[in-house]
Design a protein around this ligand. Structure first.
Ligand SMILES: [Zn+2]
Length: 325
């Protein structure tokens, strides 16, 4: 049985169980937190306890694994996630490497790379591979997948370099990829085209945020490459309401695509996008944007729309386990 690295160490892929394929524990940029959060709105102990409570609640509903694509650009900080993982012993947390950037490279990679001022092989690839094979910083925690972004501006030079580095780290290690895409500009097609040219096994790619689209032609075009559709923003009705997301998944299941979809919310225990007012903002803007919306509401709606128990099991259990195998 192949294993996958989680925050607490390797787990048999057959033991992952019900898996939410795109959830953040924390989205808290460390530089912002260190300068403006501490002494103001950030309370480390409260937030760790709050995360343990929120993740414990979804584990109690049957979820066994969450997949956290928080990378550089979203505030990855593994020691805090380790504390949370220790407090939720029946939930696996899988973490990622990569870079979250809509347009530009972090300056730390701008001048180092092939043909640049410091002319060396792309250091991003080595950094990603080290996170996957040796561990992240000195935490001992290994990332198990790669993350990048192709947003509405498409393959800007910075985004293209990150995506190629992610693709090459995948080719070197076999680690799967999740790419954040913009369904309204159909940027998933750009991502898959680049990955195909880089020799990526497209069956190891999740097209993140595909579920914001109800365009079946676009979604089938993505899935027909072998990629998996991330139906992963349940509760973010501002992008696509739950009823529409459910109808789209039911239509795709009816056309034989249950083996090409995964489910999630893209939720977080805390995000710093609203300063300290995360819980209030989430409650007003998107009250269903929480880890248990799928189990509380969506699964029943899928069943009522003709999706079968087997298809739900496929999307929640088998497809995630295949992705990490
Ligand atoms: Zn996300």
């Amino acid at each position: 049985m192949p294993t996958v690295n989680t925050v607490r160490g390797p787990v048999d892929v057959g033991e992952l169980g019900q898996t939410l394929m795109h959830e953040h524990v924390f989205v808290v940029a460390t530089e912002h937190l260190d300068n403006y959060g501490k002494g103001a709105w950030w309370d480390e102990e409260f937030r760790v306890a709050d995360a343990i409570a929120k993740l414990g609640a979804v584990a109690a509903k049957g979820v066994r694994t969450i997949v956290d694509p928080t990378v550089w650009g979203l505030g990855r900080y593994i020691p805090r996630v380790q504390r949370v993982a220790a407090g939720v012993p029946d939930l696996n947390i899988i973490v990622a490497t990569g870079i979250y950037a809509f347009e530009e490279l972090p300056h730390q990679y701008e001048h180092r790379g092939p043909g640049l001022f410091i002319d060396v092989p792309d250091p991003m690839i080595d950094d990603f591979v080290r996170d996957l094979t040796e561990g992240i910083a000195d935490t001992g925690v290994k990332a198990a997948f790669l993350k990048c972004v192709v947003e509405h501006k498409g393959l800007t030079p910075g985004v293209e370099r990150i995506c190629r580095a992610v693709a090459r780290a995948h080719v070197r290690t076999g680690a799967p990829i999740t790419v954040h895409t913009n369904s309204f500009t159909q940027s998933g097609l750009l991502a898959l085209d680049l990955f195909a040219k880089e020799g990526v096994n497209l069956e190891k790619v999740v097209i993140g945020h595909a579920g914001d689209s109800n365009d079946l032609d676009y979604l089938m075009r993505l899935a027909d490459t072998g990629a998996t559709l991330g139906m992963d923003r349940f509760g973010l009705d501002v992008y696509n309401p739950t009823e529409q997301r459910v109808a789209t998944i039911a239509a795709l299941c009816g056309r034989g695509y249950a083996d090409r979809m995964v489910l999630s919310h893209d939720a977080a225990c805390f995000m710093d996008y609203f300063g300290g007012a995360w819980d209030e903002a989430r409650g007003t803007l998107a009250p269903n944007w929480r880890y248990d919306h799928i189990h509380d509401d969506v699964l029943a709606a899928l069943l009522a729309s003709g999706v079968t128990d087997d298809q739900i099991e496929q999307m929640l259990v088998f497809n995630p386990s295949r992705y990490f195998s």
